[in-house]
Design a protein around this ligand. Structure first.
Ligand code: ZN
Length: 207
């Protein structure tokens, strides 16, 4: 089964379960990413303190989802402020970021350059076009694709930067992977082994 880099299904395994710090309820054998989603930003100092303590755990492999959403969520400056805190945490702990990005790829690219982030950043649920994909790739980012995606964008992503996810989809990860493989014109097994290698590079571990 292919690894699912981003889901909100707390019963998922062979997956990274994304939760808000206040909802974190670790289960044996599960892996997590923990962060404050830009839709539900009320990032008080308390929320950030809770996040910082949870993020230290071995079963928390990435920081996020966090990010910028220009269509939904609180005021842009506030979103960027909270995102910066997640970036700092990611750099301090040496754990990659998983990002929610809606109409904000330029802001993400600028922030990554300004901070000179060394940790990998994964833009999840990528639905942008091939141009935006190229810009994010050139800035060093990884892209994760779910149920809905732009076929041309999917084709420009090199194997070492490509991930797949269910997020909140009712579709199973294997069905999504099958669609992704078909669109790229590669066998499912090839996609699966490419994704596994990418995960190992990203997280510095076997899963
Ligand atoms: Zn999500």
């Amino acid at each position: 089964m292919i690894f699912d880099i981003h889901t909100h299904d707390i019963s998922a395994r062979n997956a990274l379960i994304s939760v808000n710090p206040a909802e974190f309820d670790p289960q044996p054998g599960a892996f997590y990413s923990v962060g404050i989603h830009p839709w539900r930003l009320s990032a008080s100092d308390e929320d950030m303190k809770l996040l910082e303590s949870i993020a230290l755990r071995d079963d928390v492999l990435m920081i996020g989802e966090c990010g910028i959403d220009k269509v939904r969520g609180v005021e842009l400056n506030e979103q960027i402020k909270v995102l910066r805190k997640h970036v700092e945490l990611s750099e301090t702990l040496g754990k990659p970021l998983i990002l929610h990005c809606v109409k904000a790829s330029n802001e993400l690219i600028a922030l990554r350059k300004e901070i000179r982030a060394t940790q990998p950043w994964v833009v999840h649920g990528f639905r942008g076009n091939a141009n935006v994909a190229r810009q994010l790739l050139a800035a060093g980012m990884f892209l994760s694709f779910g149920e809905h995606f732009n076929a041309d964008a999917l084709k420009v992503v090199p194997p070492g930067r490509l991930l797949v996810e269910t997020d909140e989809s009712a579709m199973k990860i294997d069905e999504i992977a099958k669609r992704v493989a078909e669109t790229r014109g590669v066998p499912c097994e090839e996609l699966e082994s490419d994704v596994l290698q990418t995960i190992q590079v990203l997280l510095h571990r076997m899963l």
